[in-house]
Write a protein that binds this ligand. Structure first.
Ligand SMILES: Nc1nc2c(ncn2[C@@H]2O[C@H](COP(=O)(O)OP(=O)(O)OP(=O)(O)O)[C@@H](O)[C@H]2O)c(=O)[nH]1
Ligand SMILES: [Mg+2]
Length: 333
């Protein structure tokens, strides 16, 4: 299973400017020669891979990219100015695909990597260029060459920064929908989620990626329910967000069940940094929620966040904490 962020964009390099048709006119010079300059070249479209972007989220808002056209040539043999290039910044790991969404046109694997993707059109010739022994006063000039235009796909393989775990129905998909633009299926029965979903969370200036995976039940490591096969997707995350339904009789027990499965799964998942959030607090109200959280802390020795994906209570501090751990993880590495 690959998590992909994709965006379709349209790029166009600049048109070349037309050449000029002009004749020198000077006092006392009987036959002023042709002096129309060439048009300027259109700007190129370039890509540059940068490290401070993680996702293609900005390409949802801006889809059209055009480099500037070249300027007209002028009299007195003045060439037109070239159009400015346009550099499109993409995250490291981005692939540029043709409109068929299959042919890979470029692959950006390293920071700072650049590529000229579309060349700007050449400028046209001014009439000075067409002067010859047989034609001393040509009126001929050429328009600029048009730039190139293309529809392309950008594709980025996303790597989740945080992974959601919990029992079925804990509210994992609802949480993902509350904090990102992802729209996973949500329903009031276990195993609604059958395959992982990814969402991009924007927290202030920063953005990170959360993976929502199918719920775990007791015996998952032996294949019960959907088993543990999706846990591979949280192995490389910086942090696990363990969601527990606060409305059930014994949240600490639900927590222990899932922890047991993580430990049995191995792959160092149990040692990974973990944040616990008791969710659906809106259904209990603040007082009962606080009581449940206190009981949870007493039994597990761990302090949970209290949140609701419906009312959004407690969500911001939780995202802040997740981001802190993710950033810290990046510094450690
Ligand atoms: N009141 C309330 N209900 C919630 C909240 N979060 C989830 N729910 C409800 O809980 C049920 C299960 O939610 P899901 O988000 O599908 O749970 P899940 O953990 O993704 O479940 P699986 O995909 O089956 O593992 C749904 O009926 C949700 O509407 C919440 O914050 N408050
Ligand atoms: Mg789900």
């Amino acid at each position: 299973m690959k998590f992909l962020d994709e965006a379709k964009i349209y790029v166009k390099s600049g048109d070349g400017g037309p050449g000029a048709c002009s004749f020198r006119r000077e006092k006392f010079v009987e036959f002023g020669g042709p002096d129309g300059g060439n048009g300027g070249r259109g700007g190129d479209i370039l890509f540059e891979a940068v490290e401070d972007l993680n996702t293609l989220i900005d390409f949802r808002y801006t889809q059209h990219f055009r480099a500037k056209n070249g300027r007209n040539g002028e009299g007195r043999n003045k060439s037109g100015k070239g159009g400015e290039n346009l550099i499109i910044k993409v995250p490291v790991g981005t692939q540029v695909l043709d409109e068929d969404k299959e042919t890979v046109l470029a692959d950006f694997t390293e920071k700072g990597q650049t590529m000229t993707f579309l060349k700007g059109g050449d400028g046209g010739f001014g009439n000075a260029r067409y002067k010859s022994s047989t034609n001393q006063a040509p009126r001929k000039f050429t328009p600029g060459w048009p730039g190139e235009e293309r529809g392309i796909w950008l594709r980025l393989k996303l790597i989740a920064d945080a992974g959601l775990v919990g029992l079925p129905n804990a509210g994992k998909s609802t949480f993902l929908a509350a904090v990102s633009a992802a729209r996973p299926k949500i329903a009031d029965y276990p195993f609604t989620t059958l395959h992982p979903n990814l969402g991009v969370v924007r927290a202030g200036e920063r953005e990170f990626v959360i993976a929502d995976i199918p719920g775990l039940i007791e015996g998952a490591h032996e294949g019960q329910g959907l088993g543990t096969r999706f846990l591979g997707h949280v192995e490389r995350t910086a942090v696990i967000l363990h969601l527990v339904d606060i409305t059930q009789d014994n949240p600490a027990q639900a927590y222990a069940t899932v922890r047991h499965e993580l430990t049995a799964y191995g792959h160092d998942l149990a040692e990974k940094k973990e944040i616990i959030a008791l969710t659906k607090s809106d259904a209990l109200g603040p007082e009962l929620s606080a009581d449940q959280a206190a009981a949870f802390e007493k039994q597990t020795g761990k302090k949970p966040f209290i949140i609701s994906s419906v009312s959004k209570d407690g969500i911001d501090p939780l995202l802040f904490e997740l981001d802190k751990i993710i950033q810290g993880g990046a510094e450690d590495a």
